[in-house]
Design a protein around this ligand. Structure first.
Ligand SMILES: *Cc1c(COP(=O)(O)O)cnc(C)c1O
Length: 396
């Protein structure tokens, strides 16, 4: 595997040189005011990226999965009823975590490749006049299937049912890459990690709590220690942590927020959309289908590409790694062997995307699929030539 090639997995994503440097710093005293100069701007940057005026931001030394656990354990009590749809591996894992915490999950089984069933959510919420359901889970971008769901529609479902349940959103593979509107969508807990849209190594769970979620935490009885937001808040008041923070990563996060906000969030989203459209043009030229069932569901951060019946899609990923030193994503769970994934989020340019498309073509041709070399590349080139890139000074 070459260290020079970009990765095309949907996280960890490519790390820009400036962020690698920001993370590489001497030890400082994490109980000194110096640390506050890293922590507070990083939290402010995250809040801005979540498009929230007053969410409380907590950053744990963990990963996105720790962010899920933060949402559950701080807001809920054993036996609480949860509503969730299972439409891919990540929603499945979050449901599994709820069950392991003794929560009572009503699961709406949803075909993998479909988005969240907001209309079904509304029916179930409307049929709960006692408000037994305490939280609704929503995976904004199902990384396993390349499906983006409509969180505004989930909010509308809650409002139409007049239901006060909390709305927890997994934005691990969307936040900082795709439009995310915490306040406008009435999201109560937003969850992400450092290694996807924020372009850093794994190691931070990044969560935003709405005032309503913070209030719910006062009566939530699930056990929590490491992920207790009350301990974290008390630490932050003294520019510190209840334990030792990941200072280098936090410095990187601060720098990542500056980078993203300097580029302009709308430009960041437009860049992801443009790069994704090029990849999708290539997939069409190959005569292949996406796992996502409808264009309105297409994710701008990852494409899960179906391969022909009888072909093991995982072979493409194995072959790309061994022959070309390039990483693509395998299919997970129900779609294992049926799809391979091209991650196209984070620090990526048109030129980098073209190299990934070209490599996927070589692999498919090597493995005997009926792919004309250059067909996908040409389709993407056509798209990129006609849709001018916003130049980035800092794309490393
Ligand atoms: C990557 C990912 C996760 C898991 O995050 P980790 O940082 O690996 O714990 C959860 N949800 C989604 C949608 C993801 O893409």
């Amino acid at each position: 595997m070459s260290f020079q090639n970009p990765v095309f997995i949907p996280g960890p994503t490519n790390i820009p040189e400036s962020l690698r440097k920001a993370c590489d710093m001497p030890a400082i005293d994490h109980r000194s005011p110096l640390f506050g100069q890293i922590l507070h701007p990083a939290r402010k940057g995250v809040r801005e990226i979540l498009k929230s005026a007053n969410a409380e931001i907590f950053i744990f030394p963990a990963t996105g999965t720790g962010g899920w656990e933060t949402a559950l354990t701080n807001c809920l009590s054993a036996g609480d009823k949860i509503l969730a749809a299972r439409n891919g591996m990540f929603s499945h894992r979050w449901i599994n975590m709820c069950e392991r915490h003794g929560l009572d999950v009503e699961v709406v089984e949803t075909p993998w490749g479909e988005g969240l069933p907001a209309a079904r959510y509304e029916e179930i919420l409307s049929a709960d006049p006692q408000h037994d359901i305490k939280a609704v889970l929503a995976t904004h971008n199902e990384t396993a299937t390349g499906v983006k769901s409509d969180i505004a529609a989930v909010r509308r479902a809650l409002d139409a049912a007049g239901h006060p349940a909390l709305l927890f959103v997994d934005g691990v593979s969307s936040i900082a890459s795709m439009d995310f509107r915490m306040d406008e969508w009435g999201v109560d807990v937003a969850v992400t990690g450092s290694q996807k849209g924020f372009m850093l190594s794994a190691g931070l769970a990044i969560v935003g709590f709405s005032p309503k979620a913070v209030e719910a935490s006062q009566n939530a009885a699930l056990p929590r220690t490491f992920f207790d937001i009350a301990d974290m808040r008390a630490g932050y008041a003294n520019s510190a942590y209840p334990y030792t923070p990941a200072v280098g990563l936090l410095n990187g996060l601060n720098e990542a927020c500056t980078m993203l906000l300097n580029e302009g969030l709308e430009n960041v989203f437009a860049r992801h959309h443009r790069i994704a459209e090029g990849v999708r043009a290539a997939v069409r030229a190959w005569g292949l289908d996406l796992c996502a069932a409808d264009p309105s569901l297409y994710s701008d951060t990852v494409s899960a590409i179906r391969t022909p019946e009888g072909f093991n899609a995982t072979d493409i990923v194995t072959h790309a790694a061994s022959k070309y030193g390039v990483a693509f994503g395998v299919g997970l769970g129900e779609v294992a062997g049926k799809v391979f994934r091209i991650g196209h989020l984070g620090s990526l340019t048109d030129v980098m995307a073209l190299s990934g498309i070209a490599t996927a073509e070589m692999c498919m041709a090597d493995l005997g699929l009926d792919i004309t070399l250059g067909s996908g590349v040409a389709a993407a080139q056509d798209y990129y030539r006609g849709n001018t890139a916003v130049p980035r000074q800092d794309a490393a």
